[in-house]
Design a protein around this ligand. Sequence first.
Ligand code: ATP
Ligand code: MG
Length: 325
Amino acid sequence: MALTGLENNDLKLIIFGGKGGVGKTSCAVATAQALSENFKTLLISTDPAHSISDCLEQPIGFNVVKMTGYPNLSAIEVVADQALSRFIAENLAELKKLLDTSTNLDTQDIEEMLSLSIPGIDEVMSFKTIIDFIEEGWYDKYVVDTAPTGHALRLISSPKLLDEWIKVAARMRWKYRYMITSFAGTYEQDSVDTFLLNLKKMVKRIENILRDNTKCEFIPVCIPESMAITETARLLAELGLSGIIPKQIIVNNVMSSEGCDFCIRRKASQRPHLAEIHQIFSDLHETEVPVFAEEIKGREALLQLKIFLFGGPDLVRMTREFMHV
Ligand SMILES: Nc1ncnc2c1ncn2[C@@H]1O[C@H](COP(=O)(O)OP(=O)(O)OP(=O)(O)O)[C@@H](O)[C@H]1O
Ligand SMILES: [Mg+2]
């Protein structure tokens, strides 16, 4: 079976996740390439060890680049530290004022605090970057390649983390507000309050997009091996806790049933795992991708992968070729 529903106009954000090395990047890139045939598409890598540029064989960085040879496809590799530096630079006055009015820190302490890296902030900033793109509305589809499971989960839970931070900041502000009101009798909302309010609105917008399964879809990628299955099950359970329920799964690296002795034995070893995948993930629409002879890199290989992911008139012939059936 092939991936379904990705061409629905309402669906904006498609996130690929899974265990390390199962084919997330290959599937994300081939999907972005396929969608770009009909939609203006932005491929976004949030994996600190970016590999979409290797897969597409074109340089990409932390700026949107148009992909040569794909008229409607652009790509960007989000660099979390740089995203954080940009955020701090854009909001420096408010951040300094927040710390200055709500803590006993002196100017030097504040400078030091703003230069510290806060745990989890990179995922928050990566997600903020994605949401900023969606809100600008330049593209029809945003396809996200993530780093292995833990990172994708932190990315998904980043709005919660940011929300916690805003709550602490708002409490600190409340004390300041109370003090000003006690002395001056009144309190006028200032730029820090507006900054916090805007952040809070952003968190809400991120959560709304993530939980709306008409706008956002998370596609787990798995391979027929026990550790990958266990990790995918854990990923799905944790996604469920954040209100994200995937509809489909990609099962990659499926061996052909015939060929050399090695292929036959590998296929035999995959069979129970494939059965387990059908059973455990029976709620999910399944798309199988065979193991390719070579790594998936460059236009031709990506076009072949696209056929396995999206189906089409060549699928039967390609399946015969790849699976010797
Ligand atoms: N079906 C396949 N057949 C052959 N090689 C494949 C297949 N799928 C992926 N590969 C290759 O396996 C390697 C890992 O794939 P990929 O980079 O897409 O995985 P990943 O899940 O993104 O890995 P990571 O967790 O390191 O980001 C790559 O060299 C890729 O070309
Ligand atoms: Mg990858």
